[in-house]
Structures are given as structure tokens and as C-alpha cells.
Write a protein that binds this ligand. Structure first.
Ligand SMILES: Cc1cc2nc3c(=O)[nH]c(=O)nc-3n(C[C@H](O)[C@H](O)[C@H](O)COP(=O)(O)OP(=O)(O)OC[C@H]3O[C@@H](n4cnc5c(N)ncnc54)[C@H](O)[C@@H]3O)c2cc1C
Length: 374
């Protein structure tokens, strides 16, 4: 079996994994692997304005701008019907970081992967984490591709950036805590509207989200709890359209592009966290560490910002080039504190937002969000 050695193995080539790889490649040998050879079509397009600072720091802005047409459109802001029938508009016009970006998510992830490769990151895909052991102060990780080809990687540090599955940490027996049961069902369709602001609309059993994405397409999603709706509600496009009849604006959008809607189905959208996010010569990053409710629109920014924090800590502590148990303990303590602070802030804001909608106090979806435990 072929064996390669590296300083840092990053498992998961999504946004967290790519940003970590790009930020660490000047100071370490980095291998980045992913189970898919090309990123999947997925929901989650709104990139917070503050992400621009990270893209600048990594010298990605010029390249991004030169491919703007495929990658993103500028988004003026968000309108919401939340707490009342009155529309509230939050625009980014005075934001010092500029406007938010509505991404072509798949193309953006491809862009990050290509940038990582161009900077010298050794990228391996498609291949999956198969097993790992810790011996003589190194991780020995075996990956397996679809054709059962195994690859052995010996590494001084592992970053788990596998998203909500947190495959590496879970393979060590670490559990995830689930705060709620939120799911999202989503479709894409051609955009037919002049108003390109993203829109959020609260309803009795959850909330609608709609946003324009590049190539003049639109994403429409409904967020609810998996135990609030009947399991057949989001079985296919017909059942989704039937369900949408409860909302006149969404129905109007769906009707205008009836023949051209792509149904993508249901994805997990709940708030979850790993019970332990860092350990001996490994750390979890992005959704693998903590995953947010899409109401926050902060998941990608958190993945990017936490990758930069992790990079800074790894360089400052130098635990990879000059291992030392005192420094390692300090590194683990600080990284845990950083992620815990983000998580506590996130939960606080999540509570504030859900408690701002009090029209359906008795509906199970809202009632459980009006308690302090969520
Ligand atoms: C409905 C919904 C809407 C959202 N909307 C927004 C939004 O508007 N704005 C925003 O900022 N965020 C949004 N998010 C959140 C955002 O998508 C995530 O926070 C972000 O994808 C996290 O990036 P990541 O790199 O940590 O994980 P992921 O994007 O999940 O990447 C994980 C990578 O790991 C790979 N992988 C998984 N398992 C293995 C394995 N065993 N071996 C090898 N590779 C593996 C996967 O193929 C994938 O490429 C939304 C999320 C949902 C569910």
C-alpha cells in the first residue's frame, strides 16, 4: 500500500477544509482529501460581507472578481416578514465590508479547491476516511476510494472538516449534541422577479426562504422540524408545491416557472455540536465542530473565520514542528474556548431571533423555540 507523510491532513474539502488548507500551505505540508471528486449542488448561498476580509487576507479577491459572472452576484440585503406582516429590510449599503454575496455554491467550492491546488496543497479525491490510529505521536490514516483503492497517510495533525457528519471525530467515539430537529426542503427555478433581495417569511410551522443566485436562478426553501410535518410532505415536487399553497407569494413564484423547477429534497439544518472539538493532534473545524440554523446565514463565514483562527493558533503554538505536551494542552484549551465562545454567542442570537416571532405561540415549531433551552 502506498504511504505518504505530511504535517497536516485535512479531511473534507468544503469551505472550512479549503480555507484551512490555503491558509496553512505556506508554513506546513498539507494534504486535503474529499469523498467527492467535484462539489455537489447544495443550498447555502449567502456569504456574509465580513468574509471579504478573509478572502483578501488569502489573496483570493482578484481571482474571485475575475470569475464573478459564474461565482456570485452582489446582494443588497434581506427583507423579512418576521414578527408581523410588516416588511423589515436590512440592507448592507453602509456595511464597511460591502455587500453580501449570493454564491453559485458549487462553483465557489470548485474555485476554492482549484485555488488550494494552485497554491501547492496535495489534493486527493474522491477518497473517504476509512480508519485511523494514533501511534508514536503521529496519526496513521487509511482512506479508501470507490474502487476500494487504499491510501495510507502518516500525519502530525488531523483537521476534521467533514461537515455535520464529523466523520473523523465520530470515528474516535465522540458524540454530537443536537439542539433541535430543523430540516430544509429546497428547490431551484429561474428567477422571474425584479426585486432581488433575499426574503424570509415566518409561517405557523416554520419559515420560507427565497434568494436569487447567479445565472438568474432562484432558490426557495422551507424550514421546519422533522417531527412537525408529515414525512410525505416533502416527498417530491408535487407534494412540495401542494404544501406551498399555504403561502401566496411562494405559490406565485413556483407557478411562474412551473415547468422548470428542480426539486432537491430535504437536508438537515439543525443546530448541532461535537461534544469534544479538539484532542491530541486533531481539531474539528466548520460544521464538523458546530453547525448553525440557516436563519443565521453565518455557517460559511464561521467555517472560514474558524479556519483562520485555527491556522493562527497552530502557527503560534508551533505544536506541529516542535511538539510539546504543555504547548499542546494550551493549544487545545484556547481552541475549545474560541469555539465555545462562538457557540454561546450563536445560541444567544438564535434565541433572540426566534423569540421575535410570537404570532403562533401554541404551534409546536415556535413553542419549543420560545423556551430558553434552544
Ligand atoms: C438549508 C441550509 C441553508 C444554509 N444557508 C447558508 C447561507 O445562506 N449562508 C451561510 O453562510 N451558510 C449557510 N448554510 C451553512 C453552510 O452551508 C455550512 O455552514 C457550510 O457548508 C460549512 O462548511 P464546511 O466546510 O464546514 O462543511 P461542508 O460544506 O459540509 O463540507 C464538508 C466536506 O467534507 C466532505 N466529506 C464528508 N465526509 C467525508 C469523509 N468521510 N471523507 C472525506 N470527505 C468527506 C464532503 O464531501 C464535503 O465536501 C446553510 C446550511 C443549510 C443546511
Amino acid at each position: 500500500m502506498a504511504k505518504i507523510e505530511t504535517d497536516i491532513l485535512i479531511i473534507g474539502g468544503g469551505i472550512a477544509g479549503c480555507i484551512a488548507a490555503i491558509s496553512l500551505i505556506d508554513t506546513h505540508r498539507v494534504i486535503l482529501l474529499d469523498k467527492v471528486d467535484t462539489p455537489k449542488e447544495r443550498i447555502g448561498e449567502s456569504l456574509a460581507p465580513a468574509a471579504q476580509r478573509i478572502l483578501k487576507e488569502l489573496h483570493l479577491v482578484n481571482d474571485l472578481q475575475s470569475h464573478q459572472e459564474q461565482l456570485y452576484i452582489q446582494n443588497l440585503g434581506m427583507q423579512s416578514y418576521w414578527g408581523s406582516d410588516q416588511v423589515h429590510i436590512v440592507d448592507h449599503l453602509r456595511n464597511p465590508d460591502g455587500l453580501s454575496k449570493s454564491l453559485n455554491r458549487k462553483a465557489f467550492e470548485e474555485f476554492l479547491r482549484k485555488s488550494a491546488m494552485a497554491r501547492g496543497v496535495q489534493c486527493i479525491w474522491p477518497t473517504k476516511l476509512h480508519r485511523s490510529t494514533f501511534e508514536a505521536n503521529q496519526w496513521h490514516v487509511t482512506t479508501k476510494s470507490d474502487n476500494h483503492k487504499e491510501q495510507h497517510i502518516q500525519t502530525k495533525f488531523v483537521i476534521d472538516a467533514t461537515g455535520r457528519q464529523s466523520h473523523f471525530a465520530r470515528s474516535l467515539g465522540i458524540k454530537r449534541s443536537h439542539i433541535d430537529k430543523l430540516i430544509a426542503c429546497w428547490v431551484t427555478l429561474p428567477n422571474t422577479e425584479e426585486n432581488k433581495m433575499s426574503t424570509i417569511t415566518a409561517t405557523e410551522n416554520g419559515w420560507w426562504y427565497s434568494a436569487v443566485i447567479p445565472q438568474n436562478k432562484r432558490v426557495v426553501a422551507f424550514q421546519t422540524d422533522s417531527d412537525v410535518v408529515d414525512r410525505n410532505t416533502f416527498k417530491d415536487l408535487d407534494s412540495f408545491r401542494e404544501f406551498a399553497k399555504g403561502n401566496t407569494q411562494i405559490t406565485a413564484l413556483l407557478e411562474k416557472s412551473k415547468a422548470e423547477i428542480t426539486f432537491h429534497g430535504v437536508v438537515a439544518a439543525n443546530s448541532t455540536r461535537l461534544e469534544q472539538i479538539v484532542g491530541q493532534q486533531w481539531a474539528a473545524l466548520g460544521d464538523a465542530a458546530i453547525s448553525f440554523d440557516p436563519l443565521s446565514s453565518q455557517g460559511m463565514f464561521n467555517a472560514m473565520a474558524s479556519a483562520m483562527q485555527l491556522k493562527e493558533l497552530l502557527i503560534a503554538s508551533d505544536i506541529i514542528h516542535t511538539p510539546n505536551s504543555t504547548k499542546e494542552a494550551q493549544f487545545q484549551k484556547i481552541y475549545s474556548q474560541q469555539i465555545n465562545t462562538i457557540w454561546d454567542q450563536y445560541l444567544y442570537h438564535k434565541n433572540v431571533f426566534y423569540k421575535a416571532e410570537m404570532r403562533w405561540k401554541e404551534s409546536p415549531f415556535w413553542k419549543r423555540r420560545h423556551t430558553n433551552h434552544l
